[in-house]
Design a protein around this ligand. Structure first.
Ligand code: NAX
Length: 321
């Protein structure tokens, strides 16, 4: 029976994710221990969340824990969604955001190291998600560093949906749309390898649309959602988090985008957490390392890898890594 933990469970992504996770396991007829973690100030509203979970009468809930203590929340965890993070506030520099979150993910890595199942998988959603995943992995040496992931699935799903709308097909027909690099405006959703019903996307969509509309829209989709909704992506982020867990634990044989430990594949600095095309074999997500990239794709991916290397170097300067 799996133990699943969600940090930031009292936030907007958390609220959507909790019920998606429970529906998923209920449909699978799999029992879980669910542990929901947030800050002490949020505990009263988490009691309300617990009441709502009870009132759904999900058949999969073997136990439910609501806590503000990491060691309680991560005890024996098999899969952790690390959603809670310090949001970027007005006037905050990117380096301030990095250092504030670094402390949160250091503490969470240390707690995972002490009490989690050593074989646990950890998906970081809280931004900057790839670098936060790197920090958590660094402070959890008893866990497998290849089981720490940055969430890139939302970027992939956004890209697949854009192409599906453009060529008027179902989104499941858009395949092999891998996002390289960082979860940021430098990401590169690689339309050059993507296909629709076996045809290359580059044959179905003109280059001007791909370069001038598709790419910038995907890179800035988060900001577009904020402008329209007055709040950042929540349900779609929760959906992407669940989808990532499904791809890793219940693989379907398709490649997918995942922020994962890099050994320097495709020109990234070794030791980074970066998004790559991955497949699961023998229970492990692995980078597909034999894809031919043309010079344009290589350069775009490199830009995004370099941004991650900057984040990494800032953490070195701050003595966090
Ligand atoms: P909210 O502010 O609604 O919720 C965050 C929750 O986390 C709050 O309840 C807060 O109390 C809690 N929290 C903060 N620090 C904590 C800590 N140290 N331990 C436990 N809980 C803590 O934010 P929400 O919209 O849910 O977004 C959460 C994170 O997801 C943000 O960092 C956001 O930037 C990131 N996102 C990542 C995405 C991705 O694709 N990787 C997309 C969506 C989202 O922007």
């Amino acid at each position: 029976m799996k133990t699943i933990a969600i940090t930031g469970a009292g936030g907007q992504i958390g609220y959507a994710l909790v019920f998606r996770v429970l529906s998923f396991f209920a449909e699978k007829n799999e029992k879980i221990h669910l542990k929901l973690i947030d800050l002490p100030a949020v505990m009263p509203s988490m009691e309300g969340l617990a009441m709502e979970i009870d009132d759904c009468a999900f058949s999969c809930v073997e136990s439910l824990t609501i806590t503000d203590e990491l060691h309680v929340g991560f005890k024996d965890v098999d899969w952790a969604f690390l959603v809670g993070a310090m949001p970027r506030q007005k006037g905050m520099e990117r380096s301030d955001l990095l250092s504030k979150n670094a402390l949160i993910f250091k503490e969470q890595g240390q707690a995972l190291n002490e009490v989690a199942n050593p074989d646990a998988h950890v998906l970081v959603v809280g931004n900057p998600c790839n670098t936060n995943a790197l920090i958590a992995a660094h402070y959890a040496p008893k866990l497998n560093k290849n089981h720490f992931y940055g969430m890139m699935m939302l970027d992939e799903l956004r890209a697949r949906a854009q192409v599906a709308n453009k060529v008027d097909t179902q989104v499941e027909n858009v395949k092999n749309m891998i996002v390289w690099g960082n979860h940021s405006a430098t990401q590169f959703p690689d339309y050059t390898h993507a296909t629709v019903d076996g045809k290359q996307v580059t044959e179905l969509c003109d280059e001007t649309w791909l370069k001038d509309t598709f790419l910038p829209k995907n890179q800035k989709r988060g900001a577009e959602v904020i402008a329209a909704r007055g709040a950042s992506s929540a349900a779609s982020a929760a959906n992407a988090a669940l989808e990532t867990m499904k791809r890793v634990l219940y693989p379907d044989g398709q490649p997918f985008s995942l922020g994962i430990h890099s050994n320097g594949e495709y020109g990234a600095q070794a030791g980074l957490m970066a998004s790559y095309p991955c497949m699961v074999s023998s229970g492990e997500a692995r980078i597909i390392n034999d894809i031919e990239l043309d010079s344009y794709v290589k350069a775009q991916a490199q830009l995004s890898f370099d941004e991650l290397a900057d984040e990494y170097n800032q953490l070195k300067t701050l003595n966090i890594l």
